[in-house]
Design a protein around this ligand. Structure first.
Ligand SMILES: [Zn+2]
Length: 407
């Protein structure tokens, strides 16, 4: 959509006989600039017939300046008689005689009537001259195929009208209403502001916006990339802190906000472990070293290795108990037997602990996690990367982990 706006007269033209402050040329110049602003907000392309208020262009040339436009609109205020007249008060649209602008002309005249609350109703007029349209601007517009109209904003010979138009706030509301009328008439919708989507660093924190609503995630988990994040009520990503799920399970949100999984957390000088699903581990742990004595991470490693031993527990116990435990065995074979027995005692303990761990994990596979798994599958394909953020957090995380392993 492209519209050509014409400010009517130039310079200081048509002073109001009822209000000496009012010049039609000056007021319509202001009005057409406001119309331009509001029309452009609808994404409408606006061309004007003049660059400056002081320069004039011939009537016909102003009309032909609308070549390629969908509408030519010339702004005026009318006059009646030679002096002030406080009774004549109505807006009129002088439309091209070919009728091409009648609809929008009536719509705009009625808009002016409503805004200015004129005494007489809006009307449209046609004025035929010897060469077609009587008005040069309309003749020019018609010549280039543009529906054209002259919009008279009531009568500046009326002091109340002049005073109303001199009010800048009124002029602004008028221009806005006229732009709205044009947009409505041509079925133009105000372009929606672009909805935020993805990560935004704002107000000192990180928010994640869902593209569909333009709102940030609030009081909820959101999976971005491979990681889960928690956002507080203000929509800010929580980090370096624990978040308790509805089932009581604790999750740790790292420096970069991502939920820790299957790793050690050093928090306020204490060591914590989170499982693969992010749930904080509670209960007894089985720790195992390698041949060098370095601690191996992971759960179930040592328990799994002990499985064959555990399977033979009953059988082995029978054998070793008979060997006695009171005295120091003298020979190597007996010594080995006792060692085996000590080991089995320990592994029996391990097995009980392992059972506790398993129960703990079962408890944690509560509703919260199922919901998150559900979200995860729903959220597939909507992943957005938070560029440059992960590296920092992971680096810190690795340091924590190393510390924990060495300790
Ligand atoms: Zn005029």
């Amino acid at each position: 959509m492209r519209i050509c706006l014409d400010a009517g007269h130039y310079g200081k033209y048509n002073q109001s006989p009822a209000d000496s402050r009012y010049y039609e040329s000056e007021m319509m110049w202001k009005l057409h600039l406001l119309q331009k602003k509001y029309l452009e907000e609808y994404g409408i392309e606006v061309v004007t017939t003049r660059d400056t208020q002081e320069t004039d262009l011939g009537l016909y040339a102003r009309g032909t300046a609308s070549a390629g436009c969908d509408l030519f609109l010339s702004d005026h205020s009318n006059a009646v008689g030679s002096g002030a007249n406080s009774t004549v008060d109505y807006p009129a649209a002088y439309c091209a005689i070919d009728g091409s602008a009648d609809g929008i002309g009536m719509a705009l005249a009625q808009c002016v009537e409503q805004m200015m609350k004129t005494s007489q109703p809006a009307r449209i007029e046609h004025r035929r001259g010897s060469r077609g349209d009587y008005y040069g601007v309309l003749r020019g517009a018609t010549a280039v195929g543009t529906p054209g109209l002259i919009l008279e904003h009531s009568f500046h010979t009326n002091g109340a009208v002049a005073a109303w138009l001199l009010n800048e706030e009124n002029l602004d509301r008028l221009a806005k209403a006229e732009a709205d009328t044009i947009a409505l008439y041509y079925n133009l919708l105000m372009p929606e502001p672009e909805k935020k989507s993805g990560w935004y660093q704002e107000e000192g924190g990180w928010r994640y916006y869902l593209g569909n609503t333009g709102d940030p995630v609030r009081n909820d988990w959101h999976k971005s990339g491979a990681d889960w994040y928690w956002f507080d009520g203000a929509g800010f990503m929580v980090h370096n802190d624990w978040k308790q799920g509805s089932d009581g399970t604790w999750y740790y949100l790292k420096e970069d906000g991502s939920m820790a999984k299957d790793e050690w957390i050093v928090w306020k000088g204490e060591l914590y472990r989170v499982l693969e699903d992010g749930a904080m581990f509670l209960g007894c742990m089985c720790l195992e070293t390698n041949e060098k004595g370095a601690l191996l991470t992971g759960f179930g490693g040592c328990a799994a290795r002990m499985a064959p031993v555990l399977a033979k527990e009953d059988e082995a116990q029978e054998k070793t108990v008979s060997g006695g435990t009171g005295s120091e065995p003298s020979d190597k074979a007996d010594k080995e037997k006792v060692k085996e027995h000590e080991k089995e005692k320990a592994s029996g303990e391990t097995r009980r602990k392992r059972k506790t761990v398993k129960n703990g994990m079962r408890r944690r596979m509560g509703s919260e996690w199922r919901n998150r798994r559900k979200k995860e599958s729903e959220g597939k394909g909507k992943k957005t990367e938070k560029a440059g953020k992960h590296e920092v957090g992971e680096g810190k995380n690795n340091r924590n982990k190393e510390t924990a392993e060495k300790d």
